[in-house]
Design a protein around this ligand. Sequence first.
Ligand code: AMP
Ligand code: ZN
Length: 672
Amino acid sequence: MDIQNTIQTLRAELDQHNYNYYVLDKPIISDYDFDSKLKQLQDLENEHPEFFDENSPTQRVGGAITKNFQTVPHQHRMYSLDNSYSKEELIDWEKRIQKVLGDVPLEYTCELKYDGASISITYENGKLKRAVTRGDGFQGDDVTNNIKTIKSIPLQLKGNFPATFDVRGEIILPFAGFEKMNQDLIEIGEVPYSNPRNTASGSLKLQDSAEVAKRPLDCLLYFLIGNNLPFQSQFEGLETARNWGFKAPKEAKLARSLKEVFEFIDYWDIHRHNLPYETDGVVVKVNSFHYQDELGFTAKSPRWAIAYKFKSEQVATKLNSISYQVGRTGSITPVANLEPVQLAGTIVKRASLHNADQIEKLDIRVGDTVFVEKGGEIIPKIIAVDLTKRPENSEPTKYITHCPECNTQLVRSEGEANHYCPNFYGCPPQIIGRIQHFISRKAMDIEGLGGETVTLLFNNGLVHNYADLYELTVEQILPLERMAQKSAENLVKGVENSKNIPFERVLFALGIRYVGETVAKKLAKHYKSIDALSQATLMDLILVDEIGERIAKSVIDFFENQENVIIIDRLKVYGIQFEITEKINLNATNKLAGKTFVVSGVFAKFSRDDLKKAIEDNGGKVGSSISAKTDYVVAGDNMGPAKLDKANKLKILIISEDDFMNLINLTDASTD
Ligand code: AMP
Ligand code: ZN
C-alpha cells in the first residue's frame, strides 16, 4: 500500500473510532491502541507534509491561536425560540398553528433543550468547513479552530450527504467533565467555574485551541438546514444526521398529539435529573417541513417551534448567617448558612455566595428570606431576595475586611473577583491546606496520613509547614486523639517513603500557585532541578512551552520568599527528590534489545506513555496487540480478560510493573 493510502486508511479508521467513543459511547479499541494509531498517523503526516489535511483526526489536538475572531454572516439566520411555561400555553400554540394550517393531524418532534452555547457549522462535500457562534442571529464569530477540537463533531461525514448544508447544535459541558475541570482548578488553588453553561460558552472564545481541546466539551445536534436535504421532517433529519456521524440525542421522540408531547414533558421533568448534562426544558417542533414552511417565522422565532421551560426547583428559606471560608491559597469564599429546607430531593443548609460582588448585586442580607435554586452544580445558589419579607431593622451586608481566621487585612487584586488573605505563612487554614495538598495522592502520596490528622498535628503544634512532617517521631504522635502505636508507625513510615517521590510530583506538592500537575511536569522536565528552576528569570520561564506570564510570575514570587527557601533547604536535607535523577530519567540501555512488549492496564508507578518510553529507551519494542511475536505483557490493574486469555493461550510471560523495573534494574529505592 502506498503512503497516501495508508494515511487515508488510518484517518478513516480513527474517525470511526472517535465516532464509536464520543458519539455512540461504545469504543471497540483501547485508548492505548487508539493513541498508537494516532501517533502512527501523526508520524506519517510529519514525514509527508504533502498529504496534509486540515480535517485529519490529528488536527483535533488543536494548537491554532486565534487572536481576533472574525465576524461572518450566517448563510441562514439563527432564530431564537419562543418560550412557554405551562401546558395551557402549548394548547394555545397548537390553536394558533391550526388557524394557519386548518384542522390537520399534527406530529411533533420533542427534544430536550440543551443548555449551552449554540453553534452553526457548515459542511462542504462532507468536510467541516466553518463553525460560527450565534452572535446576533445574523452574524457570529468564526470559531472553527476551536470547534474542530470537539471530538463528537465529525470532521468528515459518512454516507450520502448533500454537497453543502449547515448543522445547528448546542455546545455543552457535561456535569462530569465540568466537575473534573473544577477539581483541577481547586487543586492549583484557583477559583472554580460557576456553572457548565457559561464555561461551555466561554470555551468557544478561548484564543488557544489546544486549551479548548483539553476541555471535555460535547456537541448535541438539533437541526439541519440547506437545499436538497434528503428528508422531509425534523425527526427524519435527526435520524439521518446520526447516520452521517453527528450526535443527535436519542431522547428525542416523535409525538403524534399534544397529549404525547405532555407525556414527554412530564417524563423529563422528573428524569432530567439523571441526565449527564443540564437541560432547562423541552423544545417542541412541528415535524413536517411542509407545514413548517407554511407556518414560517415571526420577527424573532419560528412559529413551528416552541420551548417549554421546566419550573426550576426553587424554595424560599431564611438566611441565618454568612460565613467566610479561607482556602489553601488564601482566597475567601462567602457561604450562606440557611434555615434547612427540602430542595430537589435533598436537604439544603448552605448555598454558595461566590464573592462580594454577588452579595452586593443581589443585596443579600442576614435575616432575609431568599430564593434558593439548584442547577447542575452540587452546591445550590441564591438567586434572589424576597424583599417583601425583609425585616425592618435590616442592614446591608458589610463584606469582611479582615481574615476570619487570622485577622489580617484582606486584599483584592485588580480584576479579581475574590478577596485574599495575604498572610500565607501565618493563617491556619492556609497552612493546613498547604500541608494537606502536599500529602495528597497526586502529590507526595503519604500513606498513613490523612487531612484530618494534618489538622490535628497542626493544632497540637507538631507541624507548622510541610518540612516539619519529616521530623515527626512516633513518640510525638502517639498522644494524639485516636492514634495507636501501629498507626503512628505507619505515619512515620509513610513520610519516610515519600522521599522516593520523583521531582515533578514534589514540585506539584509544593503548592506554588497555578502550578498544577501538568505544569509541574513541564517545569521539572525543562529545568531538571529545583536549583535551576529557582534561578530562572521571568523571561526564561515564559519561554518554556506552555508557561504563561501568570505562572511565571507565581514561580518567581515563590522563590523570592525567604520562608519558602528555608523550607526547601530543609527538605533537601531530609532527602526529598529535588532533581530528575538518573533512575527516573531511565538512561538508555540495550537491556531489552530484540524483545517485544505489550502494555495493558493501569499502572501505579508509570503512566502508560512513560512505560512505553522506558521500553523503547532500553532497546525494546512496543507492540499494539498480543501476538506470537510478543515476548512480554506488562500487566497493570484492569487488564482486559480477552487480552489475558490470549496471552495465556500463546504462553506469553505476563509481568508486573515491578518485574519490569527489575528487568531494567530500576528497582524502587525502598526495596534496594
Ligand atoms: P433562547 O436562547 O431561549 O432563544 O433559545 C433558543 C436556543 O435554544 C437556540 O439558539 C439553541 O441554542 C438552544 N437549544 C437547545 N436545545 C435545542 C433544541 N433541541 N432545539 C432547538 N434549539 C435548542
Ligand atoms: Zn488569614
